[in-house]
Design a protein. Sequence first.
Length: 187
Amino acid sequence: MVIDMSFCTNCGHKNSESSKFCGSCGASLSQNQTSSVITAEPKSEKSKKELEMMSFWEKMFYLIDKAGGKSINPHPGFLVFILQFFKSPASSLPNYKSLSFYERMQINSNIPAFFLGPFYYIYKGMWKKAITITIFSYIIIALISIIVILLDAKNTQGLLFVAPIMISMRANTDYYKKVMFDSNSWF
């Protein structure tokens, strides 16, 4: 097998020929780079060692593709957004259940997004989604708070985690849609 190093035309990062996504910016390499050397045979499944060597976004996009990421609707619309707000967008992918528990957890959790919240979305260039998810999360928190007050519940600390969990669950697939489909919609 010949190893060729190619550069991403989006950010200039040096990537191996077998990479599907840029190790630095996450851009699809099949669309924005030309190859001078063709590898012997493409593999459909990555070995454990190959997965360990991939960058974070390369691995994340590979797992989303493995779950059927090409079938994601990049512009779901407001009604679909509301109906699916409490579940991960990845869970509706056709091959999602064929992934291992660990792979599903990788797709559905993003630690920096959990702690940084909407600022993570803004950093990744998804400011519209940052605004939408933040507003909708706080509307849900307000509604739950009203119910808690009416029921005279004492333990309400868990409400603080509603918005970070929602953002963390959606961040990876939202960034996938932004990079793969050039989608930066409100929903």
